[in-house]
Design a protein around this ligand. Sequence first.
Ligand SMILES: *[C@@H]1O[C@H](CO)[C@@H](O)[C@H](O)[C@H]1NC(C)=O
Ligand SMILES: *[C@@H]1O[C@H](CO)[C@@H](O)[C@H](O)[C@H]1NC(C)=O
Ligand SMILES: [Zn+2]
Ligand SMILES: [Zn+2]
Length: 302
Amino acid sequence: MNFCRGFSAVSPTLILVACVACVVRARPLATTADDTDAMHYLIKYGYLEPGEDHQNPFLRHIALLQFQDYFGLPKTGRDDDDTMKKMEEERCDLRDPVSSTALEIFANVLNLPTAGFDVLSDVPGEGQQRSWFKCTLRWKIVKPSQNLKESDVRNIVTQAMKKYEGALNQDQNEYTFSIEEARDQEDPDIKLLFVTGNHGDTFTFKKKDGVAHAFYPTEGAIHFNDDSNWTIKSKDGIDFEPAVYHQIGHAFGMEHSRNTSALMNPIFKRADVPISLSADDIERMKKLYPPRFCERIHMDRT
Ligand SMILES: *[C@@H]1O[C@H](CO)[C@@H](O)[C@H](O)[C@H]1NC(C)=O
Ligand SMILES: *[C@@H]1O[C@H](CO)[C@@H](O)[C@H](O)[C@H]1NC(C)=O
Ligand SMILES: [Zn+2]
Ligand SMILES: [Zn+2]
């Protein structure tokens, strides 16, 4: 932030004006291979807007600072080793909910209060928490994997759904959630599909780009890249279990969390760590589905 150092005692508006002036004047620098990878990541996960001038060293610096802030890394604003290593970890395809307007970004980076700023992103379907408005939910593996055994996938999904059901029912009383596999004639709410390449949404899978993503309620679809090297309880590839727990969280309406113990952290948990919903996940879940949620649903329906 050397552009702004001299202004640190001045008001946020002045700093903003001064920084914007720098943005306009800054010249592009030569980029290296690492730079390109980092830039691709920053754009893909929402740290740089697609329309912005990505060669602009100031914008790149701010984007890296935001990334480092999100993942609790030292805030250097450079694509240093820690930063590049973090970017190589297997993660979800959905963007991280980072501040999107210039004002929020400056406020965040300079640690100024953000009261009054809109802190939610305005990308449709992202930055918005939505929930199902029913308590009986059905899931189905609509398109199985060519590589993972369907029975293994089904067992893992069944277990995961049981854990979510348990968490959801903690504060329900007479009326509770029921989350089960859809029978043949039932329309599933949460649909799991293993697909490849361009599969009809804005997330095109490539052999080594794109792993998994999901859609918030009441869409509820979960897509896995069937070209990814999925494994079950193995470190030689991408472990399916943590990935599916994470995607189910999205299908229930949860966004990404910065909390490193959360299943909703964008980086998938490792194969050798037992999987459960963390306190952070449960807290978020309760915001979407508060105590006696199912009772309210029942009252609305009768
Ligand atoms: C894919 O997974 C297998 C184990 O299932 C492993 O031996 C192989 O190295 C992995 N390949 C890549 C590119 O990660
Ligand atoms: C993660 O969430 C838990 C539960 O809300 C909290 O106790 C913990 O301090 C959080 N950790 C971080 C690094 O925010
Ligand atoms: Zn995700
Ligand atoms: Zn998709």
